[in-house]
Write a protein that binds this ligand. Structure first.
Ligand code: HEM
Ligand code: HEM
Length: 351
C-alpha cells in the first residue's frame, strides 16, 4: 500500500510538472514578464495633432519620399539611403550622398521610426517632421536649398494641385514645412511593420515563438538588455553611453564622434547615443552608428560586454539572436508612385 501511495504521489507530481512546462496562455510566466517590458506594435498609427494623417497627405508624402528632385543632383531621394525594399536601410556602413560623399554615421531604418521618442542616433530631431527637413539640405546627403526645392515643386502643376488637396487650409501650401509634414505622414502611416512573431506572442499566442526564441527572450530580460531596449520599439528612447561598462574598440566606437556631447557640449554626455530600436534588426546590418559590425551575433556580444560587462556563451548569443529574429514584422507593401514630369524650364540638376 505504502509503495502504491508513493507511486501515485510521484506520478501526480510528474503530471503537475508536465502541466507547468506547457501552461495555458494565462499562466505563461515568460509572457507575463515580457508584458512588463514590451508592447506590441499598435494596430493604428498615433494621430499627431499638428499633422493629421489624411489619405491625400500620405499619398503626397509617398511621392516626395521617392522624389530625387528634392536633391541638388536629382540623384538622391529618401529611398536612396532608406530603401523600403531592404527594410528601410541602404545596407552600407556609411551612406553615399551628393558627389559620392560618405556620411558620418550608419543610416538607421525608417521602419517604425514613428514610435521612437526622438530621431537620429543622437536624438537631435524631436519628431519625423523636424527630421525630414534635415537631409534635403544636408551637404553630404541631398545637398539642396530649401527655397530651390520648394521652387522645383511649385513649377510642377500636378504637385501644386496635390499640395492644395493635402493642406486645404493653407494659403501657400507648397512650402518646406509641408514637404516635411507630408513625408512624415507617409512614414507614420505606411512604414510600419506589424505582426512580428513577437507581437503575436505579446498578444497571447504563446506558440508564436520557438523554444530557442523563448530562451533568447528570457536571456534578454535576465541579462538586463531591457534596461535600454524596451517598449514598442525595443529601444528608440533614452540616451546611454555606448561603452558604459567597457569601451568597445575604436573601430566600433570611433573616438571622434562623441554623440550627444557634440550637441550639448556636456562631458557627461560623452559617447551617449539613443538606444537603438531593435525591430527588424535581423534585416538591417551593418550595426551600430559606426556601421562596422555585420554579424548580429557579434553585435549582441559587443553590447553584452560594453553595456553589461557580460561574456555571453555561444548558446546565449544564438538564443538572443533567435529572439531578435522574432522582431521581424510584415514588411511594407508599397506601390511605387508615378512622379509628374516637370516643365522644360524648371530648375535643372547640378552635379
Ligand atoms: C537618419 C528619414 C534622406 C542618411 C534618418 C532618420 C529618419 C530618416 C526617420 C532617423 C531614424 C532613427 O533615428 O532611428 C529620412 C528621410 C529622408 C532621408 C525622410 C528624405 C527627406 C536621407 C539620405 C541619406 C540619409 C538621402 C543618405 C545620403 C541618413 C543617416 C541617418 C539618417 C546617415 C543617421 C544620421 C545621424 O543619426 O546622425 N533618416 N532620411 N537619409 N538618415 Fe535619413
Ligand atoms: C545598440 C542589442 C543591452 C544601449 C544595440 C544593437 C543591438 C543591441 C543589436 C545594434 C542595433 C543597430 O545597430 O541597429 C542589445 C542586447 C543587449 C543590449 C542583446 C543585452 C545583452 C543594452 C544596454 C544598453 C544598451 C543595457 C544601455 C545601457 C544601446 C545603445 C545602442 C545599442 C545606446 C546604440 C549604440 C550605437 O551608438 O551604435 N543594442 N543591447 N543596450 N544599445 Fe543595446
Amino acid at each position: 500500500i505504502f509503495r502504491r501511495k508513493t507511486l501515485i504521489a510521484v506520478l501526480s507530481a510528474m503530471a503537475a510538472s508536465a502541466a507547468a512546462s506547457t501552461p495555458p496562455a494565462c499562466c505563461d510566466e515568460l509572457l507575463d514578464e515580457a508584458r512588463d517590458y514590451f508592447e506590441p506594435l499598435p494596430e493604428t498609427v498615433p494621430q499627431s495633432e499638428d499633422n493629421p494623417l489624411t489619405e491625400e497627405k500620405v499619398e503626397l508624402g509617398k511621392m516626395l519620399y521617392f522624389e530625387p528632385r528634392l536633391s541638388k543632383s536629382w540623384v538622391f531621394s529618401c529611398n536612396s539611403c532608406h530603401n523600403v525594399a531592404t527594410a528601410g536601410v541602404d545596407m552600407r556602413p556609411k551612406s553615399v550622398g551628393h558627389t559620392w560623399q560618405l556620411g558620418g554615421r550608419n543610416s538607421p531604418t525608417v521602419l517604425n521610426s514613428v514610435f521612437n521618442d526622438s530621431q537620429f542616433w543622437d536624438g537631435r530631431a524631436a519628431d519625423l517632421t523636424e527630421q525630414a527637413k534635415g537631409p534635403i539640405t544636408n551637404p553630404v546627403e541631398m545637398a539642396h536649398r530649401e527655397d530651390l526645392a520648394v521652387e522645383t515643386l511649385s513649377s510642377i502643376p500636378q504637385y501644386v494641385a496635390l499640395f492644395r488637396k493635402a493642406f486645404p487650409g493653407d494659403k501657400q501650401p507648397v512650402n518646406y514645412t509641408n514637404v516635411a509634414k507630408a513625408i512624415a505622414a507617409f512614414e507614420a502611416r505606411e512604414l510600419i511593420t506589424p505582426n512580428a512573431p513577437f507581437d503575436r506572442f505579446l498578444k497571447g499566442d504563446e506558440k508564436a515563438l520557438s523554444d530557442r526564441q523563448r530562451r533568447g527572450l528570457r536571456a534578454f530580460m535576465d541579462y538586463g538588455c531591457t534596461a535600454c531596449h524596451s517598449g514598442v520599439n525595443l529601444g528608440g528612447s533614452g540616451f546611454f553611453q555606448f561603452g558604459v561598462m567597457n569601451m568597445p574598440d575604436k573601430k566600433i566606437l570611433p573616438r571622434e564622434d562623441k554623440g550627444v556631447q557634440d550637441l550639448t557640449g556636456d562631458e557627461g554626455d560623452a559617447y551617449s547615443f539613443r538606444s537603438a530600436a531593435l525591430r527588424n534588426v535581423a534585416l538591417t546590418a551593418p550595426y551600430f552608428h559606426s556601421g562596422v559590425v555585420w554579424d548580429l551575433g557579434e553585435a549582441v556580444q559587443v553590447m553584452a560586454k560594453a553595456q553589461l560587462d557580460e561574456e555571453l556563451s555561444k548558446e546565449d548569443v544564438a538564443d538572443i539572436v533567435a529572439f531578435l529574429e522574432s522582431l521581424t514584422g510584415d514588411q511594407p507593401r508599397i506601390t511605387l508612385p508615378s512622379l509628374p514630369i516637370g516643365p522644360s524650364d524648371m530648375i535643372k540638376p547640378v552635379d
